[in-house]
Design a protein around this ligand. Sequence first.
Ligand code: AVJ
Length: 327
Amino acid sequence: HAYSLQQDIVQTEEHRVLCFREDVLGGLQSYPKHLSSKYFYDTKGDALFQQIMNCPEYYLTRCELEIFRDQTSSLIAAITNARAQSFDLIELGVGDGIKSKYLIRELLDRKIEFRYLPVDISGNILSQLETSLSDLQGLNLVSLEGEYFDMLREATKISDNRKVILFLGANIGNMSAKEAQFFCKDLRSMLQPGDIVLMGFDLKKNPHTILDAYNDKGGITRDFNLNLLERINTELEGNFDLHRFTHYQTYDPETGACKSYLVSNIKQTVIVSGTSISFSEGEWIYMEVSQKYSLKEIEKLASHSGFSMITNFTDPKRWFIDSVWIA
Ligand code: AVJ
């Protein structure tokens, strides 16, 4: 079970719903309307994201999996240091952790001393992860359920071991380029010289390839977006009619921003927690950005936030990159 946190940041169920309601109502009463993609991951959202990762169009996970499967030794060389001191391997937004498992298994086989601290906003996926890691003998595991920085703060309180931060899967893409800059600066401020960050980025490529990945023919990405409206219906007493919204995906090759929207098919009013939200015909809710990067932009992000890029790993198609930075 997820590590129980100190009282001051315990997210009681009640407090969690309160924050969710405030965020949702704030977003839906803004112009343009927006919702936060961090709320996609309830139990049904977790399952839908698993399905997305298996979509033929969604190449990201398979590319990064290839990196972790085929370059495990080089990855380990990049994150371990000569003094071989024990370290904390902290993974932000771990999800099913399938890629990291290659790394973890190899670290254990080589008797390298470390502790694994997976962080995720979904308690559901963390319990699935614990089950999937249970065959790894001798793994020192502490799972942390919550948001990135809250849990990072917890992790730094637990020990002052050297830290290796895994931030895989292009999770950083859910921030705008500006937000990513702030995030990396904040991350750097919580680390010590010598600590390592291993960050996965989706690279800019043929715009068709990128748009297709978020516009799958099976409509799973559409359902993944619509599921947040369903979650609002269930958890916040909403009455969204999912049939009255259409998924709209865009990719701008110049900025690298791949964005998803839900568009209201008609003029309508929706109630959420007793508050009326009106939509005009064609009005959209901005749901998510999946930001794409060039190598140059990644280098800039690293150096502007106080890291040095040590090395990079890519898949054979060069569609995805895992970049290793040192604080
Ligand atoms: C988990 C944030 C990396 O942006 O590619 C996949 C989420 N959204 N399809 C991404 C997602 C729609 C995914 N990340």
